[in-house]
Design a protein around this ligand. Sequence first.
Ligand SMILES: [Zn+2]
Length: 355
Amino acid sequence: MFYNCHIHVFKDSDVPNKFLPLALVKILRTKLGFSIITRIFKRINPFTDKDMFDRYIKFIEVGKLGSQRKIFEKCKIFYPDNTQFIVLPMDMAYMEAGKVNRPYEEQIKELSGLKQIYPQVIPFLHVDPRREKILDLLKMCVEERGFKGIKLYPPLGYFPYDEKLYPIYEYCQENNLPVIAHCSPYNPVHFKGKKKKLLNLLSKSKTPLNTKRKSRKVLCSYFTDPTNYKYVINDFKKLRICFAHFGSEYFWEMFIHHPDEKNNWFSIIRNMISEYENFYTDISFTLNNKKFFSLLKVLLSDEKLRNKILFGSDYYMVKTESDERRFGLDLRAFIGEEYFTSIAINNPKVFLGSK
Ligand SMILES: [Zn+2]
């Protein structure tokens, strides 16, 4: 029994209109718009980062397949039949990126239905503390619909130690439910509202922040800084928390060139998962870049770290489908069966509380 601890199957209608730059969401949603835009952009690329644009196209292409079931079925064929998948929904109603076309409850209802069809789906609930009655929704999902944990996405505009999350953590701790927290900086999914409001949200920080002349991406990364979780774990000692994406490609690259840099999330997470019993990390998205396989393998030779790293792919946020297949196969072959068993079988069981 393998586990992919981090995938997404939400649809384009779960994404707010201004989620991508240049109103791409709205345009790409229509068939005509999609074919025109992809044709034009293949020749003239408005993005400095070609990869980023390809990712947007892939994102929309998969997102508009029509149902979470279709999106999931496209993913599962790349993995052995006995693979279980932690599926992470997204509540993007409070990031101020425009209207989300269908209510979050609908997305969750559809995801519950997917679990009925495919028992290998392990749904988590994305908790945004700004959503009203979120605790009630969580209780219902756990008690009636087989949800097994929660997902946090702080760059949307909240700190993990937000007091509104405390009843949620309490419930999670009591019911042995783990937390997966997005933990990479500078990506395009973050709070898009007014700068003044963003600064106001950041003023709730427990640590002093330098907000002068900082870009929005940097400002939003403050929310999701891994060290913020020390406050949470201090108050909820039995809560298991996974830092998704192991700090990001950006910080892995930085570590390779400047290993002594102190403020590197890769190093911070590595130290935190080693030091604290209940901190974990997953390799989703970041390890899709093959050049980091060696560093991962070296980390896995350390027994403490080996027990705290989870296998996950971040389907369908990665660029192409072959990446999904290659990721599972190539990574497994590269690190070997023993290490793969740790990250894809043993650790996920412990993290999920089933062992
Ligand atoms: Zn993800």
